[in-house]
Design a protein around this ligand. Structure first.
Ligand code: GRF
Length: 207
C-alpha cells in the first residue's frame, strides 16, 4: 500500500510510521509527506528518509479548494491511504468522498471527550488537566468530514496524575500514540478493518 502522511509540526508520529514501514511491521510504504506549514520539522524528517514532500499552504483558500489541492497531489502519487499525524487543517468535500474510510486521523484524547473545533495539540491536554478527569488517552479514527467524528479504529487510555503539567501529560500520551497509530495503519494495510456504520470491525485475529 502507498501511504501519504499529512503533517503540520514536529512529525514524531511520521518518524514512527517511517521506521515501522521500513522494518516491515507496516505492510506499506510512506510514499509522500504533505505539510500545511513550510517550517514543520516533519519535512526535515521526510528529507532525511528521501520521501517526496509537498507544502500546501492554507493561505486564504476555502476549505474545499485546499482539500482539492491535496486530493490532486495524492491521486497523482497513486496513494491508497492518507494518515493525518498532527495535521492541523480540516479536510472536506471531494477528498472525503474519494478517500472514504481511507483517511486515518490521530487525536490525543478519548473521543468524544476533548475534541472538536479548536481542540488540538496542547489545548487538549490543558483542557484535560483543568477538567479534573483521571483518565485520558489517544484515539485513531477514520475521517468523515466532521472534526474528530469518524468511526473509531483504536483507543488506549492514559492516566492523568494530579501533578501533571501539559508537558508531562502530552509526553505520556505521545508514547501511546506512537504505538497506536502504527497499529491502526498496519491493520489497514492488511485489509483487517471493516466499517459498519459508526463502528469498525477488526477481522482476522484478536482485538
Ligand atoms: C500529536 O499529539 C497528535 O495527537 C496531534 O498532534 C501531535 C502530532 O505530533 N494530532 P507530531 O507532529 O506527530 O510529533
Amino acid at each position: 500500500k502507498r501511504i501519504a502522511v499529512l503533517v503540520s509540526g514536529n512529525g514524531s508520529n511520521l518518524e514512527r510510521l517511517i521506521e515501522l514501514s521500513v522494518s516491515g511491521f507496516i505492510d506499506g510504504e510512506i510514499s509522500l509527506v504533505i505539510s500545511s506549514n513550510e517550517k514543520a520539522f516533519a519535512l526535515e524528517r521526510a528529507k532525511r528518509h528521501s520521501i517526496p514532500s509537498h507544502v500546501v499552504h492554507y493561505g486564504g483558500r476555502s476549505g474545499g479548494d485546499y482539500s482539492d489541492a491535496i486530493l490532486q497531489i495524492v491521486e497523482d502519487c497513486r496513494i491508497d491511504l492518507i494518515v493525518l499525524a498532527g495535521f492541523l487543517k480540516i479536510l472536506s468535500g471531494n477528498i472525503i468522498e474519494r478517500f472514504r474510510n481511507r483517511i486515518i486521523n490521530l487525536h490525543p484524547s478519548l473521543i468524544p471527550s476533548f475534541c472538536g473545533k479548536g481542540m488540538y495539540g496542547e489545548k487538549v491536554h490543558r483542557a484535560v488537566i483543568e477538567s479534573g478527569v483521571r483518565i485520558t488517552g489517544a484515539t485513531v479514527h477514520f475521517v468523515d468530514g466532521g472534526t474528530d467524528t469518524g468511526p473509531i479504529i483504536l483507543q488506549e487510555s492514559v492516566p492523568v496524575f494530579c501533578d501533571d503539567s501539559v508537558e508531562s501529560l502530552s509526553g505520556r500520551v505521545a508514547q501511546v500514540e506512537h504505538r497506536l497509530l502504527p497499529k491502526a495503519v498496519s491493520l489497514f494495510c492488511e485489509n483487517r478493518l471493516t466499517v459498519m456504520g459508526k463502528r469498525v470491525l477488526i477481522t482476522g485475529g484478536f482485538y
